[in-house]
Design a protein around this ligand. Structure first.
Ligand code: HEM
Length: 494
């Protein structure tokens, strides 16, 4: 054998050994993947998601177990469906699971580079979380600006009062959405961005609705990275326009405030925007706009769909509605508006909100998490770059934890310490660990106040003479879990 042949022979042997080694590693890694359903070429398990993926995946978990893997197009996805494993990924191995899987739509306006929702755990993300925790959502800040929100609840009640006089139905989800938007916009800017009864400020409401609708649509670009630049459904292009308009509107409000701040006395801080502008070392003007965009998108649909589902459950279960009304009447007096400081005295109302969140968590898979390296969980490998979904919807209905899991029974929380604050992994509508929802303290004020006021000020009947037991309970999956048919109910006084 001449020298050249020898070199070629050695080279070929090395290449073959390397290919063999990598195949072996790949198949070892595959064999340690969590179990899951068989996959079809190219599309993987996409067809198995159906139009209610939270239910389909809960069903598959019954066969494949509380940690399972699927292939959504080209994306390896690991689904967690038990409280024990949720605790493992959101608490014990929290940091490893804290990165986000970024949907293609969020490339619009490069929002993912600024957004507290989508940034990885990093100095910038930590600083944004700190700013929110101490300047927006702390107990003292929320106490200080609660009067801004009280007025918005009064306006909702005035609107329902008019419907009551005219004997017409309130679209509860729509009214709750406008109210949530105004509760937020008053907390942030002391202005209304939506008017429940008029269409004059409709544009902002439509913009936020459009963002949530687009973000909730299934997008092939998320499952097939080769399509990422093509934007096959035009979602990213439309998001670009919606984000642009919202950022312009916020930019205008911020500029206006900067101009009027010059006329203000120092330390005269009214609302969140004043506070953020005075933190000029920590957050600049463009980041304030981006943060507000996140807060409005993350905070409106979630809050309003929870209020709508709570009303749905109460109207579907008249004896529970009677108990909730009785508590409000006995504790605060009939036909009185509920204030945020009343909430601690209302255990049945608090239990009603928790029970609604157990049955109808508005973000059923939390916001997708991701791992950046291979991680071992429960004897399996969650591979690098895998998307991780925690099925909070399935966990809230686990029959090994919850008695009569599909029955609406607020009483179950009266004698129990289980709470939604991320310590009890059987009930995680806000997530848990580092990425837990920062808006939780505000949401847990807004939902009981709006719900309690609606039921303490009026009696309600379903439009069209529908009997409570006939109320349709179908869900519609999107960015948040909505009621498929909007709840329409007529307020009246007995
Ligand atoms: C009933 C109402 C709400 C529910 C059920 C809810 C639920 C959630 C959930 C499940 C997450 C993701 C947690 C995870 O991925 O592990 C989240 C994140 C977030 N929520 Fe909420 N949320 C609500 C209200 C709000 C409000 C009112 C705001 C602000 C005004 C807000 C702002 C955010 C933000 C900024 C994030 C991203 C946090 C991060 O990634 O670091 N949410 N929320």
């Amino acid at each position: 054998m001449d020298l050249l042949s020898l070199v070629l022979y050695l080279l070929l042997t090395i290449i073959l050994l390397q290919v063999f080694h990598s195949l072996l590693r790949h198949s070892k890694r595959r064999s340690k993947l969590p179990p899951g359903p068989a996959t079809l070429p190219v599309i993987g398990n996409l067809l198995e998601l159906g139009d209610k993926p939270h239910k389909s995946l809960a069903g598959l978990a019954k066969t494949h177990g509380p940690i399972m893997s699927l292939k959504l197009g080209q994306i390896t996805t690991v689904v967690i469906s038990s409280s024990a494993l949720a605790k493992e990924v959101l608490q014990r191995q929290d940091l490893t699971f804290s990165t986000r899987f970024i949907p293609n739509a969020l490339q619009a306006q490069e929002h993912y580079k600024y957004s507290v929702v989508w940034l990885p755990v990093s100095d910038r993300w930590r600083s944004l979380r700190k700013i929110m925790n101490s300047n927006i959502f702390s107990g003292s800040r929320l106490d200080a600006n609660q009067t801004l929100r009280r007025q918005k609840v009064e306006e909702l009640i005035a609107y329902a009062g008019k419907c009551c006089q005219n004997g017409v139905a309130v679209d509860i989800g729509r009214a709750a959405f406008s109210t949530s938007l105004n509760l937020l916009s008053n907390t942030m800017f002391s202005v209304d961005l939506a008017d429940i009864s008029h269409d004059s400020t409709r544009e902002f409401r439509d913009l936020v609705t459009n963002v949530t609708l687009e973000a909730g649509k299934p997008n092939f670009a998320d499952y097939f990275p080769v399509l990422a630049n093509i934007d096959p459904h035009g979602i990213r292009r439309r998001m670009m326009v919606h984000f642009g308009k919202i950022l312009d509107l916020f930019g205008g409000l911020i500029d206006e405030r900067l101009r009027s701040q010059n006329l203000q006395k120092p330390n005269e801080e009214k609302d969140v925007i004043d506070i953020l502008l005075n933190l000029n070392q920590e957050i600049d003007r463009p980041h304030i706009g981006r943060l507000l965009l996140d807060l409005f998108v993350a905070g409106t649909d979630t809050t309003s769909s929870t209020i709508e589902w709570a009303m749905v459950e109460l109207l579907h279960n008249p004896e529970k509605l009677k108990k909730a009304k009785a508590e409000l009447e006995q504790t605060l007096g009939k036909r009185k508006l509920i204030e945020e400081l009343d909430i601690p005295q209302l255990p049945y109302s608090r239990a009603t909100v928790k029970e609604t969140m157990r049955l109808h968590p508005s973000v059923p898979f939390l916001i997708p998490h991701k791992v950046e390296k291979d991680v071992e969980v429960h004897g399996y490998i969650v591979p690098k770059e895998a998307q991780v979904l925690v099925n909070a919807w399935a966990i809230g209905k686990d029959p090994s934890i919850w008695k009569n899991p599909t029955t609406f029974m607020p009483e179950r929380f009266l004698e129990s310490e289980v709470d939604v604050r991320g310590q009890d992994f059987e009930l995680i509508p806000f997530g848990a660990g580092r990425r837990i929802c920062p808006g939780l303290p505000l949401a847990m004020r807004m939902v009981p106040v709006v719900l309690g006021s609606l039921i303490n000020l009026f009696d309600w009947k379903l439009e069209g003479g529908i009997a409570p037991e006939e109320l349709d309970m179908e869900e519609k999956f999107g960015l948040t879990l909505q009621k498929a048919q909007p709840l329409r109910a007529i307020p009246f006084h007995m």
